[in-house]
Design a protein around this ligand. Sequence first.
Ligand code: ATP
Ligand code: MG
Length: 276
Amino acid sequence: MRNPIISIENIYYRYPEASTAYTLENISIELYPGEMIAILGPNGSGKSTLARLLNGLLIPTKGKVIVDGLVTSDEKSIWEIRRKVGMVFQNPDNQLVAALVQEELAFGLENIGLPPVEMKKRINEISERMELSHLLDFPPHRLSGGQKQRVAIASVLALEPEVLVLDEPTSMLDPGGRKRVLWELHRLRQMNKTLLLVTHDMSEAVMADRIIVMEKGKLALEGDPKECFANIELLANIGLELPPAAELAKRIKQKGLVVPNVPLGVKDWVEYLCLQ
Ligand SMILES: Nc1ncnc2c1ncn2[C@@H]1O[C@H](COP(=O)(O)OP(=O)(O)OP(=O)(O)O)[C@@H](O)[C@H]1O
Ligand SMILES: [Mg+2]
């Protein structure tokens, strides 16, 4: 049996400054090596809070998060956990700390003690892949939102962590930037890295092996994309959209026509139409 790389064991989380209610309640999830999980849910449902629990930035009020055998509440393990679990924040301003983009990319690599020659090589490679080479001498605060987001992603990718938690990493990107990030995710999957992607974009969610839907701090639904998007009514009640191909099927079905079962993309539609 495979062992999970991350186990979230029956956690509850309450922000210290919040009053009584739990922001997260009774959540258990296991992430397996090489798996890609997408987290969906409306604003305020607790997705970013859950993400922050995975690398020990927040510690559960009740329950445990275990990363490769290390419990996040154990202070001695925190640096090892952070090295295993890279985190791209929803807002890049919360992540960027250095005076120049190149220093930002070097920062984490220095922390893990990479030799200068290897560091330079990694910075050059990642800046080319994320189209940041022309911005290396810029201060991050002078960049656009999308450029900052690309720097934040690049600085975490450069560290090559085993697990990557990405909180809405494409929300500020233009189509070209988004394509580059999705390509990087594809590359990471081929390298058997574990990915947890928080997203509002259903076409990104259908790329995942498994989808988790959050609602009001609770786990509302879990399954592979086909299972998940078959719950049309539940998703509509939560206020979530369907992927475009599934939405099309739903509308055609409403007109009384026979449609493919939960199509997730053009490929499903083509297969269905070719068999008719
Ligand atoms: N630092 C904090 N202190 C107190 N409450 C917080 C804090 N950060 C978030 N919350 C509350 O926790 C709840 C969940 O917030 P969270 O940011 O995890 O939601 P989300 O699903 O990521 O939303 P979004 O889609 O807008 O990013 C919200 O009600 C929010 O107000
Ligand atoms: Mg969020």
